[in-house]
Design a protein around this ligand. Sequence first.
Ligand code: PRT
Ligand code: ZN
Length: 300
Amino acid sequence: MQQQTARIKIAVQKSGRLTDHSLELLSRCGLSYSKGRDQLICYGENMPVDVLLVRDDDIPSLVQEDICDLGIVGLNVVEEYRLGIGTADASAVFRQVSLLDFGHCRLSFGVPDGTSFEGSVSLAGKRIATSYPRILKDYLQREGVDATVVEFSGAVEIAPSLGKADLICDLVSSGSTLRANQLYEAQTILESRAALIQTPVQVPEEKAVWIKRLLQRIEGVQQVRESKYIVLHAPRSALDAIRALLPGSEAPTIMPLDGRDDKVALHAVCRENVFWETLEQLKEAGASSILVLPVEKMLA
Ligand code: PRT
Ligand code: ZN
């Protein structure tokens, strides 16, 4: 029973756009799990971490009410929830919000093709369909615009053709859904991506240790995705020029080369992707034997 209370619960979307990315992130943090019979809980086998599979809209309240210690959810859902609570400060609702590198989208106005849009003036007196009424109302209030918000729980993009709204305010990623419904993206009011949120409630020490470890690993996984390990030979005289070309790298390691006083080996971790153009520039600056290797794990 003692062991039971010390387990960390992390809420993840059950079935949707964030599900695979969220579970893959946890797997890359070293978590292996078995699914419960009800398919709603994944029990961590090698860490005291269990994953609750729920609708994304339920994740903010599960975390805020300390039923789950952590949650992975879109910033759009976090913001809609936060505005419902009526607290201006996100940290008062969730202990920590860190951004993840998936689930990118934006909440934008979608306007029927052939209709002009000139910012807030074009919204005045209009009916706007959305699934994010609080974010939209907050935006309209800040802009001082008087418009009618029409709530839709899904398929917002068909509202104008049904005659239920003049324009929409919906999530967009590729934009193809807007185009398929003869709408165009006129203006973005919120940039969103998946975020990790943590309960505002103080957790017991034995849990805190594992939460800290998990957060560190999540950060490590995120950094590793773009990071590369670069190895090259360089004339000593060209070192400054070569260093300046390495994308997102901190102090590289410089090592002597056997029997060569004029040349050194340079090893560096680049926290950004290394493209062919960079390799060509490094070569032009005098580098040779250039290797770019993927980074498997990283702990800052
Ligand atoms: O069942 P549950 O409530 O858990 O899921 P859901 O249906 O509410 O959410 P889901 O799975 O659709 O999305 C989960 C999260 O993914 C969202 O809250 C966003 O944070 C993020 N996300 C990223 C998106 C999109 N991209 C996206 N494109 N959520 C929705 N869309 C919609 C968009 O509204 C449009 O209708 O996908 C459609 C296609 O978009 P285009 O522009 O690529 O055509
Ligand atoms: Zn949802």
